[in-house]
Design a protein around this ligand. Structure first.
Ligand code: SF4
Ligand code: SF4
Length: 406
């Protein structure tokens, strides 16, 4: 990771209206509301039927970038995701809230209690299991979903995490989130909205599943509690911001200094005592106020070109927090029509690649004299080996990731 010491901030990274903000329920997500529109039932995956109909049409017509071979690559990439967590359902598949294979004797008492040692151990283990970025933060209750599809998430004074008939109960002692980012394949993502873009996303989900499940089992083997989460249980983006992994972009996604927007996020909640990281401010969110590329390239016009606001723009948003709210159901309707998910907003985001400084001359929006956050992030990525220095007429090239383990 690029060292963050110089860029951490004590200032609040969100503007939040306490009276207006409420914890967000999963059943207000576009995946659920569009599924409900299509099938009349509350589910997470009901929206897929229309997308698959158009996928079949694409394959039958042999549309370029949407052939059977393109979809086959995509489906294969998704296999481990579907086995381990299926994008994230709490306490389900291999995302169980209790140990899977850990000998019970190891779960009885902590093997180590030193906060610093445990933090080093957890971070190096996460990297070994496939994390490209890892940060630790306190679990802010605001970011825990209020409800899953049907049941609420409660934080309570209990010993162990459990699912009852009425609720998902998280012990208050599990007050730490280890937030993990997995970089996606840039060559595939830039082909969005063709199938290859979705293949990069599916590969990311499969790696997320391996990472979250494996790290949770490691933590349990060290005598602590662990809840592995993919998209479920809590909002990944604000947790990642709190853990110092990056900043919020206009497209509603995290932008990291190392990989820009081209990451998937997962997390493990735990009671393990760990040192917390701090949020960063490299001026990335500020850059989005000037840059409109994602809004201009969104085929669904789902991303605003306007200012960030406290008010949502559709039923899938959560008002009370100042941000650029995205029309998520319009986005999902485009996925259905496209026959595969879209990642244009990631593909066009300049932070996904990094610019050479001399390309500044092409930028008509710049109002800085001494370089912008994109210039800074690009410089740091070159310095720490994430991209190769580009000549002025070229885009930077990502260097292969030095992965240690999975
Ligand atoms: S995924 Fe595609 S449709 Fe959705 S917001 Fe991003 S660019 Fe727009
Ligand atoms: S494309 Fe531009 S405005 Fe959109 S998230 Fe990236 S930097 Fe921000």
């Amino acid at each position: 990771m690029i060292p963050r010491e110089q860029y951490t901030t004590d200032k609040p990274v969100y503007e939040l209206k306490e009276k207006q903000y409420n914890r967000f329920p999963v059943f207000k997500q576009a995946f659920v509301t569009v599924s409900e529109e299509d099938t009349g039932e509350r589910s997470y995956m009901g929206f897929l039927a229309k997308m698959q109909e158009n996928a079949v049409k694409n394959m039958m017509c042999d549309v370029s970038g949407r052939t059977i071979a393109d979809y086959a690559l995509n489906f294969g990439a998704n296999t481990i995701n579907l086995i381990l967590g299926e994008y994230g359902f709490p306490n389900s598949h291999f995302l169980k809230w209790s140990p899977l294979f850990v000998p019970e004797v190891l779960t009885q008492r902590p093997a180590e209690t030193d906060r610093e040692k445990l933090t080093g151990l957890v971070k190096s283990t996460a990297e070994l299991y496939g994390a490209d970025l890892v940060g630790v933060t306190g679990l802010d209750e605001k970011w825990v979903y209020s409800h899953d599809l049907f049941k609420p998430f409660l934080l309570a004074d209990t010993d162990k995490p459990q699912e009852t008939e009425d609720a998902f109960v998280i012990p208050k002692s599990m007050n730490t989130a280890i937030v993990l980012a997995v970089a996606m394949n840039t060559e595939l993502i830039e082909k969005s909205p063709k199938v290859a873009g979705g293949t990069a996303v599916n590969l990311g989900y499969s790696r997320m599943g391996i990472l979250a499940v494996s790290l949770a089992e490691f933590i349990r083997s060290m005598g602590y509690l662990a809840i592995p989460c993919m998209n479920d249980t809590a909002l990944s983006v604000p947790l990642a911001i709190d853990a110092g992994l990056g900043e919020l972009g206009r497209h509603g996604l995290l932008i990291t200094p190392e990989f820009g927007s081209n990451v998937r996020l997962c997390k493990v909640l735990t009671n393990m005592p760990l040192l917390h990281d701090q949020p960063i401010d490299m001026g990335i969110t500020e850059f989005c106020a000037q840059c409109l590329l994602c809004a201009q390239h969104c085929p669904a016009n789902a991303i605003t070109s306007g200012k960030a606001s406290f008010e949502g723009v559709c039923q899938n948003n959560n008002p009370g927090i100042r941000k650029w709210h995205v029309k998520s159901s319009d986005c999902l309707h485009f996925w259905q029509q496209n026959g595969v998910d879209c990642a244009n907003c990631i593909a066009v985001c300049p932070f996904t690649y990094g610019f050479h400084w001399s390309q500044c001359v092409e930028c008509v929006r710049c109002d800085t004299t001494y370089g912008c956050s994109l210039h800074l992030a690009t410089h740091l990525r070159e310095k720490y080996g994430f991209i190769k220095e580009a000549r002025w007429w070229e885009r930077s090239v990502q260097t292969p990731l030095p992965r240690k383990g999975l």
